[in-house]
Design a protein around this ligand. Structure first.
Ligand SMILES: [Zn+2]
Length: 476
């Protein structure tokens, strides 16, 4: 019965079902009684908190401060920037009643906050001395989605959105890229997810942006996930919201703004990049539990084993997040499966023989490797093993990304790979080719990678002259 309850559909059988099995059985989320919404349970929320901590550290180190702006945005503000409202209006949820009365103006539940923050910045910024303004908000947003999937696309999701104003174009452009690279550091360093950094093509840009930069990650099923974005907004929002400052030369000028965001979607990426048929595999830096101790308790030696395991837990707790699983109702084998499913990076087994020898057995979740370690060496060994696991998960994902990135000279070659993976090829820059690519194959331009060298090849769609390198894929 126990094993039946814990069974996870193999990835190769049904990847979508595997994903749903993992997130629900590992206790990360549950479905809410509202269609398209999810409840993030403590085990999943803790991962989000680690991401928040890592991001906040980077944001603060670069001079940003956290603030909070209202959930509801008056319609007249949302509609001020024309492209922006056009891009977002299909998915906006509106509040039309309050206090039992019809409101004189509809209020949008924020889909993003450029507009309400722009309105406030306009009030706060008078002089070049007020610049730059560097703020970030941790909040929820609502975008009414037709098809949803926990973490990846939900009607409401948690995120951070940074909003900055600068005196010059150059400074704003520098900020946009700086924040993109902060995301890259956190996503690769903490989540062990390798990414491709690039610009979005015009057709894929954020509504109202001059330039959108993105990080694209490759999921276990060969589909792309846009995992964080950073936008250079030029003066579009400054003009729409009248964000002006008196410069040193006495001239009134519009500010240059940026915005950048990353969301709980990263957790979806984490699951799909590292998970296997046993369940989650969490990188130690974001694992709510890094080490689980499983005592093997039998007969007369039961108390001695438990005391030993308890001592071990105390030794490790000062440096690591440790759980001692002494639940008497479950067998060690059941516990192994249970913690493997939850992705705990390291397991320590303690049995009567280990107690007698003053040792433990350590087992890695990522590779399954096991080895005996003397009690006196355990603290150092755990530190080393956790570092190894963190590095190995990133390396493994990097290798897969390299193996599944295929250079093509004609986009139809992607069919030989079942449209799974990242495809790179030259592009003429015409939206008509991007549209044909999508119509024929369901693939979209994920980005124009930042590290691409200047080129003069042939467009993989129309075979016309091409000057851009693109990465294209099917995406979540
Ligand atoms: Zn073309």
């Amino acid at each position: 019965m126990e094993n039946v309850l814990k069974e996870i559909t193999p990835k190769s059988v049904d990847y979508s079902q595997w994903y749903v099995d993992v997130i629900t059985k590992a206790d990360l989320v549950d479905y809410a009684p509202i269609k398209g919404f999810m409840v993030i349970k403590p085990y999943g929320y803790r991962i989000w908190e680690f991401i928040q901590e890592a991001m906040n550290k980077e944001f603060r180190a670069t001079g940003h401060e956290n603030a909070y702006f209202p959930l509801l945005i008056p319609e007249h503000l949302l509609t001020k920037e024309a492209e922006h409202v056009e891009g977002f209006s299909p998915e906006v949820a509106w509040v039309t009643m309050g206090g039992g009365e019809v409101l004189s103006e509809r209020l949008a539940v924020r889909p993003t906050s450029e507009t309400i923050i722009g309105a406030m910045y306009s009030k706060w910024i008078q002089s070049y001395r007020d610049l730059p303004v560097l703020m970030n908000q941790w909040s929820n947003v609502v975008r009414w989605e037709k098809a949803t999937r926990p973490f990846l696309r939900t009607t409401e999701f948690l995120w951070q959105e940074g909003h900055t104003v600068h005196r010059t174009r150059e400074e704003a452009e520098r900020e946009t890229l700086q924040q993109l690279f902060i995301y890259q550091r956190v996503i690769e360093g903490e989540l062990a997810i390798p990414v491709v950094a690039g610009r979005k093509s015009a057709g894929e840009r954020f509504a109202g942006a001059v330039e959108t930069y993105t990080l694209e990650a490759l999921m276990g099923d060969g589909r792309a996930l846009q995992i964080a974005t950073s936008h250079f907004l030029g003066q579009n929002f400054a003009q729409a919201f009248d964000i002006q400052f008196l410069d040193e030369d006495g001239v009134l000028k519009y500010g240059w703004t940026t915005s950048w965001g990353s969301s709980t979607r990263m957790i979806g990426g984490l699951i799909m990049v590292h998970g296997d048929d046993k369940g989650l595999r969490l990188p130690p830096r974001v694992a709510p539990i890094q080490v689980v101790i499983v005592p093997i308790m039998r007969g007369a030696e039961r108390d001695a084993v438990l005391a030993y395991a308890d001592r071990l837990q105390k030794m490790l707790s000062a440096r690591f997040r440790v759980r001692l699983d002494a639940r008497p109702e479950f067998t060690p084998g059941y516990k192994y499966n249970d913690w493997e499913m939850r992705g705990v990076p390291l397991r320590i087994e303690v049995g009567p023989r280990d107690v007698a020898q003053g040792a433990v057995v350590m087992a890695r979740r990522d590779t399954g490797d096991k080895a005996p370690v003397m009690l006196g060496d355990v603290v150092d060994a755990v530190a080393t093993w956790l570092d190894d696991i963190q590095a190995h998960l990133l390396e493994e994902a990097r290798q897969r990304l390299a193996e599944r990135t295929v250079a093509v000279s004609d986009y139809r070659e992607a069919a030989q790979h079942g449209y799974r993976g990242f495809f790179t090829g030259d592009w003429c820059g015409q939206e008509s080719c991007a549209e044909q690519l999508k119509a024929d194959t369901g693939m979209t331009i994920r980005c124009l990678p930042l590290d691409a060298k200047p080129r003069s090849g042939r467009c993989v769609v129309c075979q016309g002259e091409a000057s851009e390198r693109m990465v294209f894929a099917r995406a979540y």
